[in-house]
Design a protein around this ligand. Structure first.
Ligand code: SAM
Length: 290
């Protein structure tokens, strides 16, 4: 897996300065769980050829973890298809793969709301921190893409530590808007489903026909970078928070909150310090019957 510095450097070298670059940096939070999914689906010691689908791959946290876990001499046995609805994400992943020599990697636009990939193709399929944004039909549709005996891994958030710091930043504005509660925000993120409970993850995998379902919760202390980098990655979540505010005030308030956010963190750890937040992820794995 790329280290924090490697991925930041790669993001800086890339020509697209917008969303995907910021996502690449936010991989700091998703990458530890990608690694866990690979361990729990036995991908760290694969026997024979593997054909992985990194679904809603973003900038490729799962793909990077797979190439890091599998010894380089076995890369000839590895095929990975990274799919996402966003072309800039796929462009970044392609660029990243070319730099790293991931010769078995291909990318393709696939919308989780309408999956048109060939059936029974993949030995492993992963959806890292995206399944909650996709419709309930996605996990059964993904089951159909796996070969018999193939393994799935999905992940979701049980807890993400950024809410308190956003509240502190908003409270410093002269006429602060109401910050939606943590539960309100996660209700939107999880589309009203209980993706923050292991029971729901288990049920979803079992309902899609998976056996040997195993769900774990893991805490991670995540290095979210310098105050400036952290504020940058919060730009996307601010879009969600601002959706609770009056439309004509959103853009202005978002800029003000991001400025305050950077200052609050700077006061706490200094301009060049590293801001660490706690995240708790749920990882669920299962196997398709033979
Ligand atoms: C939080 S990111 C996770 C990315 C990556 N899997 C990781 O572990 O870092 C969520 C990803 O889901 C993708 N996504 C959102 N809606 C989608 C859809 N309808 N179909 C496919 N991908 C989607 C986004 O473009 C984004 O790349």
């Amino acid at each position: 897996m790329s280290s924090i510095n490697e991925i930041s450097e790669l993001a800086n070298q890339w020509s697209d300065p917008s969303t995907a670059t910021k996502f690449a940096i936010s991989e700091r939070a998703t990458a530890p769980f990608a690694k866990l999914m690979l361990q729990k689906t036995h991908l760290t010691h694969p026997e024979g050829k593997v054909n992985i689908l990194d679904f809603a791959c973003g900038t490729g946290a799962v793909t990077a973890a797979a190439y890091a876990a599998i010894p380089k001499e076995n890369w000839g046995n590895v095929k990975i298809l990274g799919t996402d609805v966003s072309q800039p994400m796929l462009d970044f992943l392609k660029f990243r793969g070319e730099k790293a020599g991931w010769s078995g990697l291909e990318t393709k636009i696939v919308d989780g709301r309408d999956i048109t990939l060939p059936k029974e193709t993949h030995t492993h399929l992963f959806i890292n921190f995206a399944v909650f944004a996709l419709p309930p039909s996605t996990v059964p549709a993904c089951a159909a893409l796996l070969q018999p005996g193939g393994r799935i891994g999905v992940s979701s958030w049980k807890y993400a530590g950024w809410h308190t710091i956003v509240e502190r930043a908003v409270a410093r504005l002269s006429n602060p808007p109401t910050v939606p509660s943590y539960d309100q925000l996660f209700d939107v993120i999880h589309d009203g489903r209980a993706w923050d409970t292991p029971e729901y993850v288990t049920q979803t995998l079992e309902d899609a026909g998976f056996i040997d379902v195993d769900v774990v919760i893991q805490k991670e202390r995540v290095d979210c970078g310098t105050p400036e980098q952290f504020a940058d990655t919060m730009f996307m979540l601010m879009g969600l928070i601002a959706s609770f505010w009056e439309e004509n005030k959103r853009a202005d308030l978002t800029q003000k909150v991001l400025r305050e956010l950077k200052k609050v963190v700077e006061e706490e750890i200094g301009r060049d310090g590293r801001f660490v937040l706690e995240f708790e992820g749920i990882v669920g794995v299962g196997r398709k019957p033979e």
